[in-house]
Design a protein around this ligand. Structure first.
Ligand code: PGA
Length: 252
């Protein structure tokens, strides 16, 4: 059965020395057998150094984004092969901040998903509705559209090497976490869609919840049947809170 994954998205935070002390303290606080796999996603410029610090640990390295193109004249961009070269295993694609602040369309997210998998890296595909979309009853419609945009170009087999993250936009960085019922409802919807396409193998796909996850609410969220880990922003920037996130006990 899949092991949950807890991923820390550092966004545009940190300095070399802050990262070093965060990681040292985090590694110190981790139990020998954490309840979840762990991953951190530092800003691009810190990937290499962070990867060195994580060498011989069980903490995986992830990137926050990737260029859809493999190489060439794309000033300011970072390719999938570069991410692989510096030791990444995962890449976040379609985070709502990329969609909303940098205009990433469903089509571009799909190309980034493919660019990630082309390097053997695992994409963490982020989906989720805005408050306005939720309030107008369009949550599942939006999530389905975001999923379909990727699966229609990647093919269903691509699910074998992918993680999905449901992140309601209204819950990100706001302190307003989705209730376990709200999270489970959308996670179950995603699982059902994946099962329709992928059959029983869909049970193995990790669907993370993201949006104001904290040590206080992690256990109740992770106890939801279809929640298989978390994508964590703010609470991943402090070693004590991040360490606590991987030590929760999942109820049977
Ligand atoms: P948050 O961010 O935990 O600070 O809400 C989550 C995310 O954006 O992935």
């Amino acid at each position: 059965m899949r092991k949950p994954l807890v991923a820390g998205n550092w966004k545009m935070h940190g300095t070399r020395s802050e990262n070093a002390s965060l990681l040292t303290q985090l590694l110190d606080r981790l139990p020998e057998a954490p309840a979840a796999d762990l991953m951190v996603c530092p800003p691009f410029v810190y990937l290499w150094e962070t990867g060195r610090m994580l060498k011989d640990t069980d903490v995986a390295l992830g990137a926050q984004s990737v260029c859809a193109e493999p190489l060439g004249a794309f000033t300011g961009e970072i390719s999938g092969s570069m991410l692989l070269d510096v030791g990444c295993r995962y890449v976040l694609v379609g985070h709502s901040e990329r969609r909303q602040l940098y205009g990433e369309s469903d089509a571009l997210v799909a190309r980034k998903f493919l660019a990630t998998q082309a390097q053997g890296l695992t994409p963490v595909l982020c989906v989720g509705e805005t408050l306005e979309e939720r309030e107008s009853g369009r949550t599942t419609q939006v999530v389905e559209r975001q999923l379909e945009a990727v699966l229609s170009v990647s093919g269903v087999a691509a699910l074998g090497n992918a993680v999905i993250a449901y992140e309601p936009v209204w819950a990100i960085g706001t302190g307003k976490t989705a209730s376990p019922e709200q999270a489970q409802e959308v996670h179950a919807f995603i699982r059902e869609r994946l099962k329709n396409l992928y059959g029983s193998a869909a049970e193995e796909i990790r669907i993370l919840y993201g949006g104001s996850v904290t040590p206080e609410n992690v256990e109740i969220l992770m106890a939801c049947k279809d929640v298989n880990g978390g994508l964590v922003g703010g609470a991943s920037l402090k070693s004590d809170s991040f360490a606590k996130l991987v030590c929760y006990k999942k109820e049977k």
